[in-house]
Write a protein that binds this ligand. Sequence first.
Ligand code: LMR
Length: 343
Amino acid sequence: MSRNNRLFMLIMILLLLSGCGTRVIDGQQVDKKDKIIIKFSHVVEENTPKGLAAIRFANLVRERSKGIIEVQAFPNSQLFKDGEEFEALSRGDVQMIAPTTSKVAQLFPQWQIWDLPYLFDDLDSVHQIMDGPLGKTLLDQLHQKNMKGLAMWDNGFKHLTNNDHPITKPGDLKGLTFRIMSQGILEEQFHSFGAATLYLPFNDVYQSLEEGRAQGQENTISNIYTKNFDQVQSYLTLSQHGFMGYAVMVNEDFWNQLPAQARELLEETMAEVTQWERDIAQKLNEEQLRELQKRNQIKIYTLNNEERNIWQEDFALVYTKFAQKCGTDFLNDVKESLELAGE
Ligand code: LMR
């Protein structure tokens, strides 16, 4: 009997036993060789939307598979940094990763749609695209690199921090160097206002800000708070200028050799955790903003609607660049879907 079939039989027996109310083998007792191990590597702290969702996914999968499937979450770039994760996934050193959509855009340029400043008014409009046909088209692109997209998770909207002066209008960016997580549209976003950019993995951001190699960066409240960027940055502008989300993906060869029941269990659990993750992401960003306010180490400025409109108009050039690189039709399709959803 092949290993897959053995696992399949084992899962079936255990599920039947649990259905009959019989005490089943717990995770510790499942023979190691019969386990499916999924190493899930990511780059943020555990107390973040992605970090907590990875843990919840691991716990639920262990419980539901009676310990046969073990998801091991490795936070904080413990195993691999940005820029190493895709290769690690393709080599099979890890089986699951959840990079930001901006990082996926290094492989598939249309993913930069998520980076377009002020394209999405709120999280509902983000989900409208994520969960609709355009989101599916984007996730399907991953097959080209032997990856399978399982879900899209939120972090939230990004804001600007820097250690030089308050930023209230686009012109205030001029002359500063901002760390960016990905090249392309994010570079354009800063270059179009006379700012320079430094492309760095997440793990190196704190040090680059401390050393002054970059004066500023853009990120969600959750990442700013959990990485203590307020220790090395003086000003935070709540600009909400761009969205940051994640593509949760697995190595496709690994996925295809799993027993069908295991894939089903993983997909169902992932769908459930995705809904949970979206809620927790919003709550955590709100809660951690209050914590930042309490810590009182960084001066916080909130853009009002009028100011936000000015930023939005001034970002027009970034949209033109996106359309040149990724196609006007694609951009129009996304805009149309957003308009329809808003009606
Ligand atoms: C960053 O590099 O700033 C973020 O992508 C980190 C993350 O995964 O949230």
